[in-house]
Write a protein that binds this ligand. Structure first.
Ligand SMILES: Nc1nc2c(ncn2[C@@H]2O[C@H](COP(=O)(O)OP(=O)(O)OP(=O)(O)O)[C@@H](O)[C@H]2O)c(=O)[nH]1
Ligand SMILES: [Mg+2]
Length: 618
């Protein structure tokens, strides 16, 4: 172990003799130091042999003194070794900034998976509750869509049969709230908008290609659907239970919905308005509150920068934490397991799929989507896989600081201490980070900036607005954030790494046959693959200044997005510094690990790691 265990040192100090000989320069009474001491020196008086000491007592005393000296010398050597180890210790500091849902926390989890695999494995079970909540939320979104009092007119392609079947309540003013409880509403017809909540629903321009996804043969008639909704009622209880489990008792903010929910309500209200529907994401503060004691052993929050904590990061970890929860009964898992067939029936129902499609709800592309894995994730013995943990959605609130030391198995960077700050990406959260006095910017941090590049479908991301401020376009918001990071004087000496994340979503779209040229006329007959489209990201200059823009903008000349960000970086950086940009898909464990192995993933960080000067931080 590079750094000596603190606990051992404190044990040594607890030896009473150490009080007599606190350092190697303090010699026993017979030493020259004490011999030269003034006669009234209290220390000298203290060290004097007791009057009338027998030869046997003297022998014991001298033996004790020798032992104390030995311990003292060992402590000195240990402290020296610790100092040297600290000097050799490489610390990589990252600050993760970017929009909400851009993948910052997922990247953090990837770092943990790759660099501290044992700890990551041990914590997987703790993510089960988050995944359960993600599932419940997906079901709730479907039910809310079904329960909307009215719906847009059906497309001609939709059969009359499916119309009458899939919209059992929609002509009535009576609505059924989430998980099936009925209530009156006077709500008028509303069309869904591009973003629905803290989690986007990835709504889109209608895509004919999506019709192929509606291939279910099952068809629930209205009474069957109503009965099914009733059977799903226990999920309501489970949602409340999960929130109670994940959120610390004194945590108001965590359950507070930006809609009309009272702070202490553990369950969101019925979605009777567009705004409440839009803001229904329940979020919890990642950390001890939900990870409990296990996380407390290694998760460190802003403000807790004690060296002792750093050195004890990997100590005291339960050895079988990965099995935690399996021995105890898990009510949520049991309920989900019991509801599994009904959820599958609901999700695979043709009428439901048509309704979601008409309402442009792309649930399967929204974060924390597990409805296609129900058989596995609702089984009673389910333990989340690495991929599941990366896919799970847990919104970050506030500023969290994570420190972990690379495990031996990782390779040559073993022992490197990672210090990663993850900042909640919604605008309100970012403000906290920027508030004077609360700012936590440590020089030499590498700053990673994310842009949710290609949400789904491709063009809609450009047209997406922020959930919290619908006048702000997502890409434009990213640009503004990028400008503020580049021009930040405190970060002037920090190299910037830009991740254009979620490229896999665009890739999947292209592979599924979505032709970019259909949306971007100027794309012409260029190759319809990820590489080519990534280079030709359609951005009109007006995008950088306007708040809202329309599809017309996309027919303008194509601009390489990376070049644009690079240009901003050059223009706004107070002093010249390095800039790196990568297209990433941080949820992809296989390719990410492969890329790391090949040295192309985060080459900047690896380089920096190799050339990082020795540094003592505390
Ligand atoms: N398909 C795909 N999904 C991703 C990728 N990166 C992240 N996600 C998913 O996107 C969702 C949001 O990711 P987070 O890491 O929670 O986003 P964040 O930036 O931390 O968001 P805030 O905490 O709100 O600031 C999660 O469900 C992830 O699994 C990616 O590269 N591809
Ligand atoms: Mg986050």
């Amino acid at each position: 172990m590079v750094v000596p265990e603190r606990v051992q040192i404190s044990q040594l100090f607890s030896q009473p003799l150490l009080l007599l000989f606190p350092s190697s320069s303090t010699m026993p009474s017979s030493s020259p130091a004490t011999a030269n001491a003034a006669p009234d020196d209290p220390f000298e008086q203290f060290l004097k042999p007791p009057p009338g000491e027998t030869a046997e007592e003297q022998e014991i005393r001298l033996a004790k003194e020798q032992e104390a000296l030995r311990i003292s010398t060992a402590i000195d050597a240990s402290i020296k070794a610790e100092r040297q180890a600290r000097k050799k210790l490489r610390i990589v500091r990252l600050l993760l900034l970017g929009q909400s849902e851009s993948g910052k926390s997922t990247t953090l989890r990837q770092f943990q998976r790759l660099y501290t695999p044992t700890a990551f494995r041990e914590e997987r079970i703790l993510w089960r509750a988050v995944i359960q909540l993600n599932i419940v939320r997906s079901v709730r979104i479907i039910l809310d869509a079904l329960n909307r009092p009215s719906s847009p007119p059906l497309s001609p392609s939709t059969s009359p049969k499916s119309h009458s079947r899939s919209l059992p309540n929609h002509r009535s003013r009576r609505r059924t709230s989430q998980f099936g409880t009925s209530s009156e509403t006077s709500q008028t017809e509303e069309h869904f908008s591009p973003t629905q909540s803290g989690n986007d629903l990835y709504l889109s321009e209608p895509e004919p290609e999506s019709d192929s996804e509606i291939n279910s043969s099952t068809c629930l008639d209205p009474p069957a659907l109503e009965a099914l909704k009733l059977r799903l009622l226990p999920l309501r209880h489970i949602e409340a239970l999960l929130i109670a489990k994940l959120v610390p008792p004194n945590e108001d903010e965590a359950t507070q919905l930006t809609g009309s929910t009272p702070p202490h309500s553990n369950y969101p209200p019925s979605h009777t308005s567009r705004s409440s529907y839009r803001t229904q994401e329940v979020f919890v503060r990642p950390g001890p509150g939900w990870k409990g004691g296990l996380a407390r052993a290694r998760v460190h929050y802003a403000g807790t920068r004690d060296c002792d904590e750093i050195t004890s990061l990997n100590s005291g970890r339960p050895t079988s934490a990965g099995n935690l929860g399996l021995e105890t009964s898990d009510e949520s898992q049991e309920v989900l397991n019991a509801c599994r067939d009904d959820i599958v029936r609901l999700w695979s129902d043709r009428g439901v799929k048509e309704l979601l499609h008409r309402r442009k709800i792309r649930l399967e592309e929204s974060p924390g989507f597990f409805l296609n894995d129900l058989e596995r994730v609702t089984s009673l013995k389910y333990i989340p896989t690495d991929d599941d943990v990366l896919k799970a959605r847990l919104k970050t609130v506030g500023v969290s600081e994570y420190r972990f030391r690379m495990e031996v198995s990782v390779g040559k960077e073993t022992g490197t201490l990672w210090d990663i700050i993850d900042v909640g990406g919604s605008k309100s959260q970012r403000r906290k980070f920027q508030t004077p006095g609360k700012t936590i910017i440590h020089l030499n941090y590498i700053c990673i900036m994310f842009v949710k590049k290609h949400g789904c479908p491709f063009l809609t991301t450009l047209m997406q607005v922020l959930a919290e401020d619908r006048t702000v376009n997502r890409l434009e918001d990213s640009v503004l954030l990028w400008k503020s990071v580049c021009s930040n004087k405190l970060l002037a000496s920090v190299d910037l790494v830009l991740f254009l994340n979620k490229c896999d979503i665009l890739d999947a779209k292209l592979k599924a046959g979505v032709r970019l040229a259909k949306y971007v006329r100027s794309y012409g007959d260029r190759t319809n693959d990820l590489e080519t489209t990534s280079k030709y990201f359609p951005v009109d200059e007006s995008l950088w200044t306007s708040t809202l823009f329309t599809i017309r903008n996309f027919s303008s000349p194509l601009v390489d997005l990376r070049s644009k960000f690079s240009a901003i970086h050059r223009e706004y950086s107070p002093i010249p510094r390095k800039f790196y940009a990568f297209c990433t898909s941080v949820t992809d464990t296989a390719t990410t690990a492969g890329i790391i192995a090949s040295g192309t993933f985060l080459p900047t960080l690896r380089q920096l790691l190799q050339h990082l000067p020795a540094r003592i931080t505390c």
